[in-house]
Design a binder for this molecule. Sequence first.
Ligand code: NAI
Length: 258
Amino acid sequence: MDIAGTSALVTGGASGIGAACARALASRGATVVVADLNPEKGEELAAEIGGAFARVDVTNTDELKAAVEQADALAPLRVLVNSAGIGWAQRTIGRDGSFDSAHDFGAYRKVIEINLLGTFDAIRLAATVMSRHEPTASGERGSIVNMASVAAFDGQIGQAAYSSSKGGVVGMTLPVARDLSVAGIRVNTIAPGLIDTPIYGEGEASEQFKANLGQNVLFPKRLGDPAELASMAVEVATNSYMNAEVIRVDGGIRMPAK
Ligand code: NAI
C-alpha cells in the first residue's frame, strides 16, 4: 500500500518507538499526526517531519476522536500506529500477608486502560474513518500496527499488569483483523524486545542498566534501536499481504522469570 499523500496517526508518537515510526512514515510521504500527552516533544517532532501534533490521552475517547478527525482533514487517514504505553513492575502479592501489600489494583487498572483499552479505542475510531474512504490502488482502505511486547508471551516476575495489557493486544489482533477485513483494513501487532528508548529513564545509571540488559539478548547483544522497530512497522503497514500477524522484533531474546 502506497502511503504517500495519505495521513497517519501515531499514538505515543512523541518518544521512543512511536517517534521513530512517525519519522519513518513521514519519510515515505505520509503526513503524520503525533498523538501524545507530551506537547514539548510532540510539537518539536511534528515540526521536524512536517506533520501535526495532537494532545491526546489515549484513555480519553473525545481526544482520540478529535485526533483521528484532525489527521483525516490533512489527508485521507490510512495508517494508525498504536505506540502509547506505560510499564509497571510489582508482584501480585506482598511479603507480609496483608491485603495492603498486594498489587496496587489502581495501577493494574491504569496499565490496562492505557495499553489495552487505549489501543482498542484508537483502532475502532481510526478504522471507522478509514472505512469511509475509497480503496487505494491495491484495494485497501488502511492498515493498523500495534506495539505489544515480548512480555505478552514471556512475562517476568512483577509484570502481571503489563503482560496482561500486551497479551490483550496480541489476543485482539486476529479478531479485529477479521472484523476489519470487510473494509479492506489490515491489522498487525509487533512485539518488541528490549528497545533503547526513554522508557528505561535517562542518564548514566540507566545507560549502565541498559548495557547489562543487552547481555541477555541472543544476538546481537545489545538493545534494539527504535529505528529497527520503525522499519518493521512501516513494512507491515505497507506490505499488502501482511495481515492478522504478531511479529517479535527482539534479537531472539526469551525473557527469563527475572
Ligand atoms: P516511551 O516512553 O519512549 O514512549 C511512550 C510514549 O507514550 C511517550 O511519549 C508518552 O508520553 C506516551 N504516552 C504514555 N501514556 C500515554 C497516554 N495515556 N496517552 C497518550 N500518550 C501516552 O516508550 P517506548 O519504549 O517508545 O514504548 C512504545 C511502546 O512500545 C509502548 O507501548 C511500550 O509498552 C512498547 N514496548 C517498548 C519496549 C522497550 O523496550 N522500549 C519493549 C516492548 C514494548
